[in-house]
Design a protein around this ligand. Structure first.
Ligand code: HEM
Length: 487
């Protein structure tokens, strides 16, 4: 923001020997994005690749380039990229949300005031990891159980270890690696991440083999994402091992932080929260579980997530290298291989695109019905999931996960800011995170109204694993056509 104020929307800087061309306006971002070729490159991902090379692993969607990346994306896009693909995971996500709500109930009951969660992002992190593991591997990994299994905890810790130490690993010269602890810690972090993924992939392979031995191949019921990729021949087990851990990494901090920011703002804007509550219970009355098709009737809910991602694009800066040709951007001609940095955080707070850019106004995304609210001005003003063929692979899953959970939370609770939270600032780590823990109070709506219809009012009588009593084992892919009742 300071550089833009000083130099305008385009400036250069050096990161070590690497020249960066920073772009901080929607038209400039658009110019670069629209000129990318068939195989867009973000950056060379040298540090991640070093680990894969050292361990003889194949590259995943973040680390691969060129035709190899293209082929991998063609495979990974199946059952993931289109909204209709994501719809398949509605029931699976609703099951995980059921368990999260039970866990939240317990946490709230244990808090001194009976309605307080001191670190919401932490709770959502575990939810997001559970959800993405269930979708990818059809396995529950115990993140929402009272005692989290050891290898799941080791995975969570190793992600932190890898990211913290990657900073040192990037900037320190290679000769320091054997003298200082950072490189070894960085590699150890990755090793634990991959062994967590390997265990889940091996389990799935065994299941598939057992099914093949037991019956005819065309009788096998293909359910989850990995199962589909392996049995349809889209991905070899080696490619799955190279790719799925990268999907896991991408699918946790992103959704959990966005959900945290969304609830923070809803707690600060009771009038917006109330409008959202009305919208939600009109479509999904208290006690019912949202179905995929219900989400089409929740425009404000979607606008809340869009506005949250505008204010806090978790991927705050992205990049592109255009390898095959010179490109003209902002009236300048740049040589091949120029590294462009796309300053999404700055762009999505540009007052010429979004009036009153620092204020939370979900209604700006509903321009058709709100003539008086300034609408969205530029298609590249807020592109939180990126653009083009290399855009986010998990966008539809992420949106579905956030929409379903937000629906349930707003249906059940009034969310109020806890006094210790105060004003939050953003910190740009690998993703954009709040500068301190976000404490919120969750006031149960049904209980307060005196209507003891919500299961939350019958604490103690709720089974720990909800959603599994319906007699359908494993991941359930089809959205139920009849409304399902919340436990
Ligand atoms: C709020 C949630 C999320 C946000 C805001 C987000 C944002 C992004 C962005 C900005 C990119 C770069 C796109 C580009 O360069 O044009 C990206 C890439 C990616 N995301 Fe997401 N993401 C989210 C959730 C997820 C989830 C849940 C998954 C897991 C399935 C996922 C998997 C990926 C992968 C694999 C890539 C790399 C794609 C490639 O290089 O081909 N993301 N994401």
């Amino acid at each position: 923001m300071q550089s833009k104020a000083k130099y305008g929307p385009m400036w250069i800087n050096y990161l070590g020997p690497q020249l960066h061309v920073n772009l901080a306006s929607a038209p400039l971002v658009e110019q670069v994005m629209r000129q990318e070729g068939k195989y867009p490159i973000r950056n060379d991902m040298a540090l991640w690749k070093e680990h894969r090379d050292q361990k003889g692993l194949s590259y995943g969607p973040f680390t691969s380039h060129g035709h190899q990346w293209y082929q991998l994306r063609q495979a990974l896009n199946q059952r993931m990229l289109k909204p209709a693909d994501a719809a398949l995971y509605t029931d699976a996500l609703n099951q995980v949300i059921d368990d999260l709500l039970v866990q939240m109930e317990q946490k709230l009951a244990e808090s001194e005031s009976g309605d307080h969660i001191p670190d919401v992002a932490h709770v959502f992190y575990h939810f997001a990891l559970e959800a993405i593991c269930y979708i990818l591997f059809e396995k529950r990994v115990g993140c929402l159980e009272p005692t989290i299994p050891e290898d799941t905890t080791a995975f969570v810790n190793s992600v932190g270890l890898m990211f913290q130490n990657s900073l040192y690993a990037t900037f320190l010269p290679k000769w320091t690696r054997s003298l200082l602890p950072f490189w070894d810690r960085y590699i150890d972090g990755w090793n634990t991440i991959f062994s967590f993924g390997k265990k889940l992939i091996d389990q799935k392979l065994k299941e598939v083999e057992a099914q093949l031995q037991a019956g005819k191949p065309d009788e096998i019921q293909v359910s989850g994402y990995l199962h589909f990729l392996l049995t349809s021949g889209q991905l070899s087990p080696r490619e799955a091992l190279g790719s799925l851990p990268e999907l896991l990494m991408a699918g946790v901090d992103t959704t959990s932080n966005t959900l945290t920011w969304a609830l923070y703002h809803l707690s600060k804007h009771p009038e917006i929260q109330e409008a959202l509550y009305k919208e939600v219970v009109d479509v999904v009355p208290a006690g019912q579980v949202p179905r995929y098709k219900d989400l089409a009737c929740l425009p404000l809910l979607k606008a809340v997530i869009k506005e949250t991602l505008r204010l806090y694009p978790v991927v705050h800066t992205n990049s592109r290298v255009i390898e095959d040709k010179e490109v003209e951007v902002g009236g300048f001609l740049f040589p091949k291989n120029t590294q462009f940095v796309l300053c999404h955080y700055v762009v999505s707070r540009d007052p010429s695109v979004f009036p009153e850019p620092d204020s939370f106004q979900p209604h700006r995304w509903l321009r058709k019905s709100q003539a008086d609210v300034p609408g969205v001005q530029h298609p590249f003003g807020s592109v939180p999931f990126g653009y083009g063929v290399r855009a986010c692979l998990g966008r539809r899953i992420a949106e579905l996960e956030m929409h379903l959970l937000l629906t349930r939370l707003i249906q059940k609770y009034e969310v109020v800011l806890a006094p210790e939270t105060g004003e939050l600032k953003t910190v740009a780590r690998i993703v954009l995170v709040p500068h301190r823990k976000v404490g919120l109070r969750f006031l149960e709506r049904q209980c307060r109204a005196g209507a003891l219809t919500s299961w939350g009012c019958f604490r103690g009588s709720v089974p720990a694993q909800l959603g599994q009593g319906e007699g359908v084992p494993g991941l359930r892919l089809k959205d139920l056509s009849a409304p399902r009742t919340a436990p």
